[in-house]
Ligand binder design. Structure first.
Ligand code: ATP
Ligand code: MG
Length: 287
């Protein structure tokens, strides 16, 4: 909500308030009664209604099976809604035709736990993939990108401190470096929104902190809206200006990091932070 957006972020996202929104202005999100019922009957998301402001940095927390990935995937239409609606940058995702959906996905950066890089390709080739939706299909098919795309890719690599590794094979980088390449690939899209599904779950704590630091700095400097699924309560509190808690597909918390006290987390997780999850079961009661 707007009260969770810091003044500095507001200043960044509304540089020319008298003008129409710039064509790279960050996108906000509006969920209205968003419900996902999977074909097997499992309710992945249960009537979620909330609004995310442009430039917000939101952490989504909850136990395994709580619906975090489902929530994030409804934003780019990877998971269709059974009921309700999701608006991205004022556009209704839920009723969008495939072509319009492809266009909107071009402006949504995705970051995954497993990095999703092409391991045998160079770092540069991986980052250029971020330009695919902005460049004519035949060009990308033959691996030929205009100079402007290459410049954007170099800038993105510079932002994550990997300029000198541009020609290294992606598989020769550490996990943390690979995730930085994935961030650069998302940045090369010139995104209005970045979705990250457990971006630091496979990394050791110092590397996780470094990756979160890059995301935080991109959010602060460029005002790009971010929706990040995280398991760690500490990470959610430290980096997000807003925390959304899910439990069995339902919204059980929506507030600032300061409001997300240990008691609140106990409510989201059914236990105190730091304690182990109940053995042998997840949020959906799976064995
Ligand atoms: N494709 C699918 N078909 C059927 N059920 C699914 C599908 N994807 C997810 N689910 C179910 O929907 C619920 C929410 O899953 P989701 O993956 O969104 O949770 P999550 O919070 O991301 O969990 P995790 O922390 O393990 O990644 C779970 O009960 C899950 O088993
Ligand atoms: Mg998940």
């Amino acid at each position: 909500m707007s009260e969770t957006t810091t003044p500095s972020r507001l200043a960044q996202t509304a540089t020319n308030p008298q003008d129409a929104p710039a064509d790279d202005a960050p996108w906000g999100l509006v969920f209205h009664d968003a419900t996902v019922r999977y074909p097997n009957g499992v309710v992945g998301l249960d009537s979620i209604t909330l609004q995310i402001e442009p430039g917000d940095m939101v952490a989504v927390v909850g136990l395994s099976g709580a619906g975090k990935s489902t929530f994030i995937r409804t934003v780019n239409g990877l998971v269709p809604l059974s009921e309700g609606s999701v608006e991205v940058g004022g556009q209704l995702i839920s009723s969008m035709k495939p072509r319009a959906l492809r266009r909107i996905r071009g402006s949504i950066g995705m970051i995954f736990q497993g990095f999703n890089l092409s391991a045998r390709s160079s770092v540069m080739s991986n980052v250029l993939v971020g330009r695919v939706r902005h460049t004519a299909g035949w060009r990308t098919l033959i691996g030929w990108y205009p100079k402007s795309d290459r410049t954007i890719a170099f800038q993105a690599l510079d932002q994550v401190g990997l300029l000198e590794r541009a020609w290294t094979r992606a598989s020769n980088l550490s996990g943390g470096q690979q995730q930085r390449v994935a961030i650069a690939r998302a940045l090369a899209q010139r995104p209005r929104l970045i979705l990250a599904d457990e971006p630091v779950a496979s990394l050791d704590p110092p590397t996780a902190a470094s990756i979160m630091g890059y995301l935080e700095s991109i959010n602060r400097k460029q005002g790009i809206t971010m929706l990040i699924n995280v398991h760690s309560v500490e990470i959610a509190r430290r980096y997000a200006n807003r925390i959304i808690g899910l439990r069995a597909g339902k919204l059980v918390f929506d507030g600032t990091a300061e409001e997300a006290t240990d008691d609140v987390f106990a409510g989201i997780y059914g236990r105190a932070p730091g304690q182990d999850a109940p053995v042998g079961a997840d949020q959906a009661g799976r064995p």
